[in-house]
Design a protein around this ligand. Structure first.
Ligand SMILES: Cc1cc2nc3c(=O)[nH]c(=O)nc-3n(C[C@H](O)[C@H](O)[C@H](O)COP(=O)(O)O)c2cc1C
Length: 127
């Protein structure tokens, strides 16, 4: 379930994801290679070659940075609590779930991310 595979090193983000309950691996990828802004079903493969299902977000995080956020790739790996910092990982980008939105509160974003994760589970289960 990947239309596109990106690769890069996991760097430290703003650490906000953890506080929101949806930690993400922020992956450094050349901007020219990025797909359009949005949320995608996909996977993250770690250095050991272990591939896990992920909700992949591409974009400038408009909720926090308006129209001026740097575009980035973040992967929330489902049901995973490990540490990926510094690893060179591959990210598979599959089916688009929705576009990036600007939410007016953390709670609204959290509710939406919960739905995104369910949509990604369904996409992953159907291959
Ligand atoms: C599944 C998922 C969906 C997301 N959707 C949006 C969105 O619609 N709008 C937005 O501003 N940020 C969105 N984000 C990005 C979050 O704002 C970001 O992960 C959070 O601020 C943590 O950033 P950090 O890793 O740099 O701390 C999404 C992230 C994930 C994992």
């Amino acid at each position: 379930m990947a239309h596109l595979v990106l690769s890069g090193v996991v760097v430290r983000g703003d650490q906000r994801g953890r506080a929101l309950g949806f930690p993400t691996a922020n992956v450094e990828v050349d901007d020219a290679l990025l797909p359009g802004d949005g949320i995608y079903a996909g996977w993250l493969e770690d250095e050991a070659g272990v591939r896990r299902v992920a909700a992949v977000s591409v974009g400038g995080r408009p909720t926090y940075y308006g129209d001026h956020g740097a575009r980035l790739v973040e992967a929330h790996v489902l049901d995973f609590t490990g540490d990926l910092y510094g690893q060179h990982v591959r990210i598979g980008v599959g089916e688009a779930v929705r576009g990036q939105e600007r939410f007016s509160s953390n709670e609204e974003l959290i509710d939406q991310m919960r739905r995104d994760v369910e949509a990604v589970r369904v996409a992953a289960a159907s291959g």
